[in-house]
Design a binder for this molecule. Structure first.
Ligand code: PMV
Length: 286
């Protein structure tokens, strides 16, 4: 029997623009998914297409047990975490000797296959290696770790990443002269943020600008705007949509002593808060 876990993630900067080759910054967060794999001739496992594909692609059979601290379909990378942890547990239980690089690569292939087309390697890379990662095109670079106090607000409004990506693509076809400069500006804010990662106030301002630009792209939602304004009023340095938008989650950067106040204010609106910080480990044996 082998148990491995993997962390969730948030996009700190650059979502959507990253699809068009601009830089993006994502960060692994503390809530984890933990997966136990046991060799078995009678494979019984949760019927998730990600897990099915982990077994099919490695050609082994076993049973699986999953525990998750991550809400699914909220943009916090739960499917990538399940996939990476399952591959790591399979490799351990069956002695396949996969390296981290191999796990990240296979997990990305599986996400692409299950999601039928576009899945950026961001989620699978960040969950496998942990840390803060700068993504530009095909290149990924780990940035120096920072102790960022984050409060995530889950609107509980369901959304579809594919639809939001499509929405931006349509906007670009219709009015490239408007949408392209917005994507360009998101890239510029991301690069400015990378230089300010250890300065919470300027970093918070970058989040606020990035949020406004995402709204301008049309991937906002009234519930997201409400939570962003609520977090700022409760003392956050800055707040923005995280991930695809149209629902899902927002993230606020907070002074240490304001985390609970921001989380309480988010919960009071009927949304669900998560207080968290950086995970530097990525996949780990339990
Ligand atoms: O909602 P998430 O975390 O899956 O984020 C999607 C991020 C996009 O930039 C919109 C798409 C992508 O694949 O990078």
């Amino acid at each position: 029997m082998a148990t491995w876990s993997a962390p969730g993630k948030v996009f700190l900067f650059g979502e959507h623009a990253v699809v068009y080759g601009k830089p993006g910054v994502a960060m692994a967060i503390r809530p984890r998914v933990s997966v136990t794999v046991r060799k078995s001739r009678n494979p019984s496992h949760a019927r998730s297409p990600y897990i099915e594909e982990c077994f099919r692609s490695t050609g082994v059979q076993g049973s699986v047990y999953i525990r998750s601290q991550l809400p699914s379909s909220s943009g916090l990378g739960s499917s990538a975490a399940v996939t990476a942890a399952t591959l790591a547990a399979i490799s351990d239980e069956f002695g396949l000797g996969f390296s981290r690089d191999e796990i990240a690569r296979r997990a990305h292939e599986i996400e692409r296959k299950v999601q039928k087309g576009r899945a950026s390697p961001t989620d699978t890379y960040v969950t496998t290696f942990g840390g803060i990662v700068l993504i530009t095109g095909d290149s990924k670079r780990r940035l120096p770790p920072q102790n960022l106090n984050l409060v995530i607000g889950n609107t509980l409004v369901s959304h579809s990443t594919a639809k939001m990506v499509e929405h931006v693509a349509r906007g670009r076809e219709r009015t490239p002269e408007i949408v392209d400069p917005i994507l360009e500006a998101i890239g510029a804010v991301t690069m400015r943020a990378v230089k300010s990662l250890n300065k919470p106030q300027p970093l918070g301002r970058c989040m606020d600008i990035n949020h406004a630009l995402l709204d301008a792209l049309g991937v906002g939602h009234p519930e997201l705007s409400k939570l962003v304004l609520t977090a700022r009023a409760a003392g956050a340095f800055g707040a923005k949509i995280t991930g695809a938008g149209g629902g899902g989650c927002m993230v606020a950067l907070c002074p240490k002593n304001a985390k609970s106040r921001v989380a309480g204010a988010i919960d009071a609106t009927g949304a669900r808060s998560i207080i968290t910080t950086l995970d530097t480990e990525g996949i780990r044996r339990e």
